[in-house]
Design a protein around this ligand. Structure first.
Ligand code: SF4
Length: 389
């Protein structure tokens, strides 16, 4: 992994596998995750993943897979054999690089030593743990099923079992002060290995938190406090050797998530499973794929048609340029303006660029890259909207 962050030219080729089930639904979550009250028929899902893999292989042709990511939902509810069979099917369809990063998201409440050993034996070499808070009362507010002590046990077990470990925390929680967060983050960094994902709590429409927020029963930090929390996060993680390489992701240099870098560097990736998205290049151009969102509908469609796609859209070069900029500006390394110009057929508007640079929101990195400054990252959506318009 060392030095991977500087290799802008090869965004890699990733495979995303979505496991759409959770033991309970967290009140802030708008991910494609579902609670089922009877056991999931995992062999049936494995057979569907195997079919979808064959279909995707026909679209991509021979490629070398540089990363595989089991996301969810709660992939740690998958039996190790399920993970093993899906990885084997991927290995039969494509070459998998010898040093491919293979990540599985796990919840501390579903962590068991034997299960972890099973994932490791199947080939998983990185775990991303959904810790979310190191404070029991906030874990309760967030509707999480684990306690701080269970999270710490899971971290220890993950460290012993996998070469690489990341965990997620949510901040800007109800009632959280900058000092509270700094104390918690400092403790978290003490437990972290090489990577942390730190997300601000956002209130998404359609979630229980949205209703509580709208009715005034849930108060979250306002804009100023959120900005202070964000700045404190950047300062502390940098000082402790895990600077941000993306808006919400922090790593010891060289330990960045290779899979996520493929998204943000606008590389190709296959999306497998319910609701998964993909970006694929083939002889006719680049396409975006979106799978059926409901697990049972995805399953039935794969069993009938061999794939779970709901739509497959040809991306024109203008759309690709927009996506490249949108993704690249999330990264500390920014995006390649030459690649953007080749796709869009025009140069980045010099007036807009100068305006954003003069306001301290954008900067040049060498001759060919543009990136957000830390201040620009805080208003990323506005910078993107301005530059892309
Ligand atoms: S565990 Fe994760 S995916 Fe599942 S409901 Fe909670 S936040 Fe959503």
């Amino acid at each position: 992994m060392g030095g991977a962050i500087l290799d802008y030219s090869d965004p890699g080729f990733g495979i995303y596998v979505h496991w759409p089930f959770c033991a309970a639904k967290c009140p802030y979550c708008d991910f494609n995750s579902h609670v089922r009250h009877k056991p999931v028929d995992q062999p049936r899902f494995v057979a569907a993943f195997q079919r979808e893999i064959l279909q995707m292989r026909a679209i991509t042709g021979a490629r070398t897979v540089t990363s595989i990511f089991f996301g969810g939902g709660t992939p740690s509810l998958m039996a190790p054999q399920t993970v093993d069979e899906i990885l084997s099917a991927i290995g039969r369809a494509w070459d998998v690089a010898i040093d491919a990063e293979i990540t599985l998201e796990a919840n501390p409440s579903s962590v068991e030593a034997e299960r972890f050993r099973g994932y490791r034996a199947a080939g998983v070499n990185r775990v991303s743990l959904g810790v979310q808070a190191l404070n029991d009362s906030d874990l309760k507010t967030l509707g999480r099923l684990h306690s701080v002590s269970e999270a710490l046990t899971a971290i220890e077990l993950a460290r012993e079992t996998f070469p690489r470990l990341s965990f997620d925390l949510i901040y800007a929680r109800p009632g959280q002060s900058v000092q509270d967060w700094e104390r918690e983050l400092d403790a978290a960094i003490g437990h972290a290995a090489d990577h942390l994902s730190l997300y601000q709590l956002t209130i998404e429409q359609g979630t229980p938190f949205y209703g509580l927020y709208k009715s005034g029963r849930l108060k979250i930090p306002d804009g100023d406090l959120s900005a202070d929390l964000y700045e404190a996060t950047q300062a502390l993680t940098s000082a402790r050797g895990l600077p941000a390489y993306e808006v919400s992701n922090h790593a010891v240099p060289g330990a960045e998530s290779r899979h996520n870098l493929t998204y943000w560097r606008y590389g190709d990736y296959v999306g497998l499973g319910a609701g998964a998205h993909g970006r694929l290049s083939h002889a006719y151009g680049r396409i975006g794929t979106v799978n059926r969102r409901l697990p049972e509908q995805w399953l039935e469609q794969v069993e009938t048609l061999g794939h779970g796609m709901e739509s497959e859209e040809r991306l024109d070069t203008e759309a690709q340029a927009d996506e490249l900029m949108l993704m690249g500006l999330r990264l500390r390394e920014g995006f390649d303006v030459t690649r953007w110009r080749d796709l869009s057929g025009r140069s980045v508007d010099p007036d807009k660029e100068s305006f954003l640079i003069s306001h301290g929101l954008l900067e040049r990195l060498g001759n060919s890259r543009l990136r957000c400054t830390p201040a620009g990252m805080m208003v990323l959506d506005a910078v993107v909207a301005d530059l892309a318009a």
